[in-house]
Design a protein around this ligand. Structure first.
Ligand SMILES: [Zn+2]
Length: 314
């Protein structure tokens, strides 16, 4: 599952982590009550569970990707773009809405789970990278030696709130000049002069850029520069050898990557002997898929507990 700012998405993954069916409900969740957002997520999940692909398959558990800081007890501690769910155990509320409190549930930040999906989908061929996920918020899933790097309290990866311009616009987090305000989906749409989008924002921006629209191209290039500035700081601090563009950035990479690479090349101090590889994620719905993989891992790590739950639930 992914509960994000402007959509909810569910997918069913099999034991190998492959996606069998997906269901997405677009729509701005910022002005919705928390229970309505959870209800929409439950609807998307139910649609997947009612599909022929789900028939005859026991459900092992549920993973939830969230656009903010998720603590080790699954509580969404801070979500500037989804305040209605702050302080909530969204996973537990989702199981309640589904009437499936017997299931195991895990929750994590959406960029962390998108990075997990990326790690699994490439067969762990690449075990050290940062996946930067462009949505309304901007997140980073940092993977070191095949594990998500979470920081001391599990709150690492908030690259969207890294400073790129001290005099920049105010941010939903209360600070000013954060990366999200230059490179987030809304900043990109505003910069491109797009006020309303019928479908996915990344597709609309890519269509404009592909048609040579100068405002769109300038907004994307500005976002690429800001991403390069923020990511160069991350690489200088953590020595991560590869950057993978995810979310809307994967669609925009033909117009974004050059400006980003230029900034990395200008600012990464070890560039002459330790270059940074720049790649693009080919996964759609990576965070929802990663959430499924996380739930699966939880069950596979402790199958006896899952079995006991299933028996108790009858
Ligand atoms: Zn901020």
């Amino acid at each position: 599952m992914e509960v994000n700012v402007d959509y909810v998405s569910a997918c069913l993954v099999d034991l190998a982590g492959e996606v069998l069916v997906t269901s997405t409900l677009a729509g701005d969740n910022r002005r919705r009550r928390g229970d309505l957002v959870v209800g929409r997520a439950a609807s998307a999940a139910s649609a997947c569970l009612a599909s022929p692909a789900a028939a005859g398959r026991p459900l092992a558990g549920v993973g939830v990707a969230l656009p903010g800081l998720v603590d080790s007890s699954r509580v969404l501690r801070r979500a500037p773009n989804l305040p209605a769910l702050e302080g909530e155990d969204v996973g537990a509320r989702l199981l309640e809405a589904l009437g499936r409190e017997d299931l195991a549930v895990v929750a994590d930040n959406e960029a962390n789970l998108a990075a997990l999906a990326e790690l699994v989908s490439n067969g762990e061929a690449r075990r050290d990278f940062v996946l930067v996920s462009g949505e309304i918020g901007v997140g980073a899933g940092i993977v070191v030696a095949g594990e998500i790097f979470r920081g001391v309290r599990g709150l690492a990866g908030e690259i969207g709130h890294v400073l790129v311009d001290p005099a920049g616009p105010p941010c939903s987090c209360g600070a000013r000049g954060c990366l999200e305000q230059v490179a987030g989906q809304e900043a990109l749409l505003a910069g491109a002069g797009i006020s309303t989008v019928a479908g996915p924002a990344g597709r609309a921006l890519a269509a404009r850029a592909g048609a040579g629209d100068l405002r769109a191209l300038a907004a994307i290039e500005r976002a690429g520069e800001a991403l390069g500035v923020a990511l160069a700081s991350l690489v200088n601090l953590l020595d991560v050898p590869a950057v993978v563009l995810g979310g809307i950035y994967s669609e925009l990479s033909p117009w974004l990557a050059a400006a980003l690479a230029t900034e990395l090349d200008r600012r990464v101090v070890a560039r002459s002997f330790a270059p940074v590889e720049l790649g693009t994620s080919s996964l759609g719905g990576a965070a929802a898929r990663g959430a499924g993989v996380a739930a699966l891992r939880w069950v596979l790590d402790d199958p006896a507990s899952w079995r006991a739950r299933s028996l108790a639930a009858g």
